[in-house]
Write a protein that binds this ligand. Structure first.
Ligand SMILES: CC(C)(COP(=O)(O)OP(=O)(O)OC[C@H]1O[C@@H](n2cnc3c(N)ncnc32)[C@H](O)[C@@H]1OP(=O)(O)O)[C@@H](O)C(=O)NCCC(=O)NCCS
Length: 215
């Protein structure tokens, strides 16, 4: 039998090599911590969506009695867009008219356990040659990403179609990425810097969330 004469000698480690190895270890530890943090954020997001999915939303047409709750929702959402309580009330009473608006208008709210969680409003118009305008849409932060905005848009779209409206415009700031993503997902195209348009509602479809859509 032959034995290999293995001489196990410890490699001579240099101080530079040790500190480099320590540096790599530190980076590896940090990367691990970052990965763990990302996993927890994803888990929490999934839990929020799952809990939100269990939430029941009821949808109904806006009445003037809803305006206080809509205004409260706007305040607690920290949304600087939209309109004040008085302006919203005047809008639904037919006493305040956005540019080129016609008198016919409608709003829908989503409520959860009797609390107004979201709303949408729109009217007939002649703006940009469109026949309809989406005036406001707001979903409370706790209900975003759950499809509430999709349902509200569907209700308004049905109202527009019942009024023979084909094209609809909406004013949306260039920096409002969430709203632009939402409108693009519903089939709207960019018209100008702060406007998006649905050219033909009969040809506009909702793309499932998470699909890449040009904004
Ligand atoms: C615009 C709005 C109604 C859309 O409602 P929504 O429920 O968020 O709609 P979506 O689920 O389609 O989400 C739209 C985008 O916001 C993102 N988003 C949704 N919920 C989110 C949350 N809780 N946190 C961060 N981003 C979120 C989505 O990922 C999506 O972006 P993406 O398509 O690039 O992935 C809602 O964001 C809102 O009320 N915003 C404030 C009011 C406003 O800006 N109104 C429009 C004025 S023109």
């Amino acid at each position: 039998m032959r034995y290999l004469d293995l001489k196990l000698s410890r490699p001579q480690s240099k101080p530079g090599a040790i500190s480099r190895a320590c540096g790599f270890l530190e980076i590896a530890r940090m990367l691990r911590a970052v990965c763990q943090a990302v996993v927890w954020v994803v888990r929490l997001r999934m839990l929020t969506v799952a809990l939100g999915g269990m939430q029941q939303f009821r949808y109904r047409q806006v009445t003037q009695a809803d305006v206080d709750a809509m205004s409260e929702l706007r305040s607690r959402s920290g949304w600087s867009g939209g309109a004040s309580r008085d302006r919203m009330l005047a809008y639904f009473r037919g006493e305040h008219h956005p540019k080129q608006a016609l008198l016919e208008r409608v709003g829908y709210v989503a409520d959860s356990d009797g609390v107004v969680t979201a709303f949408i409003a729109g009217h007939l118009t002649t703006r940009f040659g469109c026949a309809g305008e989406l005036q406001w849409i707001l979903v409370g932060p706790e209900a975003r990403g759950l499809g509430v905005a999709d349902t509200l848009w569907l209700l308004l779209k049905e109202w527009f179609q019942a009024h023979a409206v084909l094209s609809v415009c909406v004013n949306v700031e260039p920096e409002n990425a969430h709203a632009r993503a939402f409108y693009a997902r519903q089939g709207a195209e960019v018209h100008a810097c702060s406007w998006m348009i649905w050219r033909d509602l009969t040809q506009s479809y909702t793309v499932p969330r998470g699909t890449m859509v040009a904004k």
